[in-house]
Ligand binder design. Structure first.
Ligand SMILES: Nc1ncnc2c1ncn2[C@@H]1O[C@H](COP(=O)(O)OP(=O)(O)OP(=O)(O)O)[C@@H](O)[C@H]1O
Length: 273
């Protein structure tokens, strides 16, 4: 697990602070006075029932959704108060993996990943595609995948390629929206492992929206539960699972929750040392 505290103070360093966030769509209030911290170096799993606003929260933080009220401070700066230009500069520190992967189907993988590199750096096409191949390797894809088109790949490979693109500009914070959705259990477990490996190797901070209990157990340092238009609890998985709330109890202590917990326990017992 990550130690997301500063060595000097052993205090957690919040690099995203959401305060008093409201999001409304007409009569629908999705968030009301929502607070959340994301600490440097951690993998935070964001869970909640369908429609509780997990994706809207992610979209608010990355600037795709203008909040109705509230403050979002990233690295100490209020994103909601920035000009579009300042914001766009700042957002290059974010890497985002959307649910469907969102790769361009008419471009091969190297071209897909080279695109943001050419757009935001002074690299030539050749240089950008070389760097793109390195990013693909980082996510465990073989060298020959660079020339393949998204339609030629399995779902798991598309996710890895989309992750490579999210990493193209060396982001500090990675946002993942249901990264294991649609993957078979082995592919999903491999992806969870990859996220942890990349976090450790690259010093990333990860905001991860998921429904996948196995991901929470195997990859997340903390879990935030969205309920009743706010963050009901954000804590270690063990503490969250003890929260007296009907959804939390059903989610963590229902049949799937028990199975995920038992699998994690077995895995932990098998680990050497
Ligand atoms: N642009 C929009 N306009 C109107 N309503 C929206 C918009 N975006 C989201 N909503 C509504 O906000 C609510 C929260 O949506 P959101 O996608 O964040 O839920 P979620 O928690 O991610 O759900 P799921 O787990 O099913 O993916 C839903 O009722 C959705 O219909």
């Amino acid at each position: 697990m990550a130690d997301h505290r500063s060595p000097a103070s052993r205090q957690p360093i919040p690099i995203i602070q959401v305060r008093g966030l409201d999001n409304r769509f007409g009569d629908l209030t999705v968030h009301k006075d929502l607070d959340l911290d994301l600490y440097q170096g951690e993998i935070l799993g964001v869970v909640g029932g369908s429609g509780t606003g997990k994706s809207v929260l992610l979209r608010s933080i990355i600037g795709l959704q203008t909040p109705s009220a509230g403050q979002i401070r990233v690295f100490g700066k209020d994103l909601t108060a920035m000009s579009p230009g300042q914001r766009s500069q700042f957002e290059q520190r974010f890497g985002v993996l959307f649910q469907g992967g969102a790769l361009f189907t008419s471009l091969n993988l190297a071209q897909n990943i080279a695109l943001p590199l050419m757009e935001h750096t002074g690299l030539s096409r050749v240089e950008a595609e070389e760097l793109a191949c390195m990013k693909l390797a980082l996510t465990g894809l073989p060298a020959e995948s660079a020339q393949k088109y998204p339609s030629e790949l399995s779902g798991g490979m598309v996710k890895r390629a989309a992750l490579a693109r999210a990493l193209a500009l060396d982001p500090e914070i990675l946002f993942l929206d249901e990264p294991t959705a649609g993957l078979d259990p082995i592919g999903a477990a491999g992806f969870d492992e990859l996220i942890v490996t990349l976090r450790n190797a690259l010093g990333l901070t990860v905001f991860l929206v998921t429904h996948d209990l196995d991901t929470l157990y195997s990859a997340c340092d903390r879990v935030a539960v969205l309920s009743q238009r706010r963050v009901l609890v954000a804590d270690t998985l063990d503490n969250v699972a003890e929260t007296q709330d009907q959804w939390v109890q059903q989610y963590f202590h229902g049949p799937r929750g028990r199975a995920a917990s038992a699998a994690h326990q077995r895995h932990t017992n098998e680990e050497p040392g």
